[in-house]
Design a protein. Structure first.
Length: 423
């Protein structure tokens, strides 16, 4: 199993692009239609044109947003807007940001991870079909990983920190920008062969947990299977056996996980929850946030905004939940699993397409107030330990169980497949 393989990344040419903040963008799955327009307007070379090209009314099988992404990508390479690294490298990536009025730094590096159906790569979330279909079409067209997936691993020896301090503590970053969220993003190229080999050796048998990018990892696996069937010259050294990956330490103080709240578009019967939960009325959303923040880890507590009422739901009948998850013990104390699998699916019979997701509790309230939803459930954040426990049990949490902040920017590095690939 190969983890942390160096590669010749593709990135913006600083001789042509003076201000990187004008051309990078967030990952495709957190960009709204309005934000897509915003990034389109920022620059004719904004990366949004590659990861989330706009649909046009006359799109067809030969001219569509996927083919346009491919055209932009290759045109920018030909004209020098993008350029490929002359050396294989690992790309150290540091983000300095504020969360809850406290300053944090998250350090990791971008390299290649060997794609595997089983072994030491552990997903923790279920996925949706539509995003996978979308990303597969893009991958088939562009033949490149445009954005890295986000992974965590145990780094008790502080591999990342030691090598970073050794190589880059006194060196200015190769790329530096502040994004629209106010996050300071810095990237350093590591081309020292011995250092790269040291990292790869220490990473070779590490358990890798996918934090963000489950759809893209599954799509990379789907694409690999497709190539194994279609490419008569298939071998393990083909470039599509790997996926561009950001690796960071699970022990890092810079890991910030936010909850993802659920807005329900269909009516619910709150009275049906009284047998399971102790329901208390609160005065405001601020009071609800305090209730969730101050609750004990041993409790199972949700917030509910329903018909202008702010409610606290405290699990009182734990035996029913324990019985429901008797064959999946890793879910027994996991709020998001109890809410999605037991409350929404089993008790309230809510369909998957009747759920809207947001990380902002105020936005959840606004969506209900504007009648885009009937009710909103608020959650506490999932912990790193819970993510690892579920992944190691071979189970998967519901989709949108975690929101790692800040998101990795798209447009800092691209992994372009190196060989001609059958179409």
């Amino acid at each position: 199993m190969t983890n942390a393989k160096a590669f010749k990344g593709v990135y913006y040419n600083l001789d042509k692009i003076v201000d990187l903040s004008q051309v990078v963008c967030p990952p495709y799955d957190v960009v709204s239609r309005e934000e897509q327009d915003f990034y389109y307007r920022k620059s004719p070379y904004n990366f949004i044109r590659l990861i989330l090209n706009k649909e046009e009314s006359d799109d067809n099988n030969f001219n569509n947003r996927y083919t346009r992404s491919d055209i932009f990508f290759n045109d920018w390479l030909k004209t020098g807007i993008l350029k490929q690294d002359s050396e294989e490298a690992l790309y150290f990536y540091k983000q300095d940001y504020f969360c809850d009025n406290k300053e944090f730094s998250r350090l990791g590096f971008i390299g290649l991870l060997q794609i595997s159906e089983s072994g030491i790569v552990f997903p923790h979330e279920n996925t949706h079909v539509a995003p996978k279909t979308d990303r597969l079409e893009l991958l088939k067209s562009v033949k490149a990983n445009l954005s890295p997936i986000f992974t965590i691993f145990s780094d008790k020896d502080k591999i990342i920190e030691v090598i970073f301090n050794d190589c880059f503590s006194k060196r200015k970053p190769d790329f530096l920008l502040k994004d629209t969220q106010g996050v300071r993003n810095s990237v350093w190229r590591l081309t020292d062969t011995k250092k790269i080999q040291e990292i790869s050796a220490k990473m070779s048998n590490k358990q890798i947990f996918i934090a963000d990018g489950h759809h893209r990892y599954e799509v990379a696996l789907m694409y690999l299977r497709l190539m194994q069937e279609q490419d008569k010259n298939y071998s393990l050294d083909k470039s599509y056996n790997y996926i561009m990956t950001y690796f960071t330490a699970v022990e890092s103080d810079g890991l910030c996980i936010m909850p993802v709240h659920r807005i329900i578009k269909s009516e619910i019967n709150v009275d049906s929850l009284k047998g399971i939960f102790k329901i208390s009325r609160l005065n405001s959303i601020a009071d609800l946030e305090d209730r969730l923040r101050l609750s004990s880890k041993k409790e199972c507590v949700f917030g509910l905004y329903h018909r202008n009422d702010v409610l606290s739901l405290e699990l009182k009948n734990k035996k029913e939940v324990d019985d429901y998850f008797k064959n999946k013990e890793c879910f027994i104390n996991l709020d998001v699993a109890i809410l999605d699998f037991y409350v929404l699916n089993e008790l309230l019979k809510i369909k998957k397409d009747a759920i809207i997701y947001t990380k902002e509790i105020d936005e959840a309230k606004e969506l209900v107030d504007s009648n885009e939803g009937f009710s909103a459930f608020a959650l506490r954040p999932t912990s790193i330990k819970q993510i690892r426990d579920v992944a190691l049990c071979g189970e998967k949490m519901p989709p949108k169980s975690t929101y790692f902040y800040p998101k990795l920017l798209s447009g800092l590095t691209v992994y372009k497949f190196s060989e001609d690939i059958p179409t």
